[in-house]
Ligand binder design. Structure first.
Ligand SMILES: [Fe+2]
Ligand SMILES: [Fe+2]
Length: 213
């Protein structure tokens, strides 16, 4: 059920439920996992570990996306916007499910700090939402663009033979670009440079930590 149809108390409960599901259950993708156009070759141990670390970082990014969209859907009073956030969050759930599945195929584990990443991203999402819808959308545009660039970097860093991870990351990159465009069309305004810089620093801390923990 959409948050739009719920009372504010029920919305809060739905938000807690959403957080628990993002952190503890196996997410269900609405779309099939992207498959490579040409099959990859078996990975050696070094490649498998490298791909696992990169996909753990991407999985953390999707945990954060769940939190950000959930916070912003909760905070906005614009019903059309809330539906837009929920639509995008649905695609982020696909990303969460695909990266989780790929992590386990690679024999890697999700970040141990996922509850912390989720809580931090949720708090930042609420803060952005308090600045009003235009700024909140501006924050989303910047987030999605940074994620898109980050995924582009991963397409260069993932082992060439890991075509399965590459297919997932390529589809995610296209989806994040579409999310940025949707937020732009909904009236998002560009964030001032210091905010964009601070977001890049925060993202760097998160991606560097999640590579290992
Ligand atoms: Fe995503
Ligand atoms: Fe996105």
């Amino acid at each position: 059920m959409s948050l739009v149809d719920l009372s504010s108390g029920d919305r809060l409960l739905a938000v807690f439920d959403h957080a628990l599901r993002a952190l503890t259950s196996t997410p269900q993708a609405a779309r099939p996992k992207p498959v490579p156009s040409r099959p990859g070759a078996p990975l050696d141990d070094v490649e498998r570990r490298r791909a696992g670390a990169l996909m753990r970082v991407n999985h953390v990014g999707e945990v954060c996306a769940q939190a950000l969209y959930s916070a912003q859907a909760l905070a906005t009073t614009d019903l059309a916007l809330r539906r837009q956030f929920e639509r995008a969050a649905g695609e982020e759930t696909d990303h969460l499910a695909w990266t989780a599945e790929r992590l386990s195929e690679l024999g890697a584990r999700p970040s141990l700090l996922n509850p912390l990443w989720y809580a931090g991203a949720f708090a930042i999402g609420l803060l952005a939402a308090r600045a009003g819808d235009a700024r909140s959308l501006g924050f989303l545009i910047e987030t999605e663009r940074q994620v898109e660039r980050h995924l582009e970097g991963h397409l260069e860093r993932l082992p060439e033979r890991d075509q399965d991870s590459r297919a997932i990351v390529a589809q995610m990159k296209d989806d994040e670009a579409a999310h940025a465009m949707a937020a732009e069309q909904a009236g998002g305004t560009r964030l001032p440079a210091p905010y964009r810089w601070a977001m890049r620093v925060a993202a760097k801390v998160m991606t560097t930590t999640a590579h290992y923990v």
